[in-house]
Ligand binder design. Sequence first.
Ligand SMILES: [Zn+2]
Length: 340
Amino acid sequence: MSCTKRLLEPRPPSARLLAAALGSCRRFHAETVRHESRGLPIIHHKKYACELPPNHRFPMEKFPRVLHFLLGDQVITDKQVWAPEAASEDSLRRVHTDDYLKKFLSGKTSEPEQRRTGFPWSEGIVRRCRYETGGTLLAARLAQQRGLACSTAGGTHHAFPGYGSGFCLLNDLAVAARHSASAKRKVLIVDLDVHQGDGTAFIFKEEPSVFTFSVHCGKNFPVRKQQSDLDVSVEDGLEDGEYLATVEAHLPWLLDSFRPDLVLYDAGVDPHWEDELGRLRLTDHGLYQRDLYVMKTVVSQGVPLAAVIGGGYSRDIDKLALRHSIVHRAATQVWREAGL
Ligand SMILES: [Zn+2]
């Protein structure tokens, strides 16, 4: 474990009392929201997905299937679904270099650059990434207004300012964090994807208003790690109990000492035992307990939280999409219990 960036003195434990925290959550209701549903906002766009070459290993079909299961299992209604706009070039420029954006948006990235991302360039992939980033921006905005919001995509934490990497072309978490930080809000990024959020860590290493916290499998991608503000590297094969204890050991003191105005939560499901690219041993139940713990802990302190689904890899798309829907199911429970 390593920790950089200066933190404040912890708040007294009494500040964590649920009753007091729920009182502070009510301030979200004062904001004007033009939408017919008062339910948990779910951010989704059909352009989150695009065509890929046959037999490509990235499970692109998972995005519409997540929404399909949430609606089909009556976890949410279609009135809760918000459609984002594509992220503007201006918002992308807050994180990515002009040179990279010019190349990526117009299809001028080289063969080796494309290979590093894992995707051949296409207009569809550009559109998908821009809508996905727009979705995370909207989730952050709605979380500020309502306390909690979840996208059905997002978590592209391997993208750097000047290049894409590991299935990540635009860093949606970084764009959303920069946007909030520019409005003088402090942002805590809780990245529980099994891979280190190296792009995000690099982008914010010198930025005091954004704190990056990553729990990841040390032996997994990327081989060359960056330094997050707090890195917790875990061993292969970690199971539910130990994993949850690791998260529980850090999240409360981070909230107390950094005192964020917004939490961006990457709820990657690749720590699951069946994941094709993970090396940990979490179960569905373990992921549900993890998501519930993170969101309950943050929301009960009156801090808004926007969740994205992060990584998850399986050839069985329905199984994978159901696994990704765990975070929305847990968020629904938190939403109800907190009376948001
Ligand atoms: Zn991952």
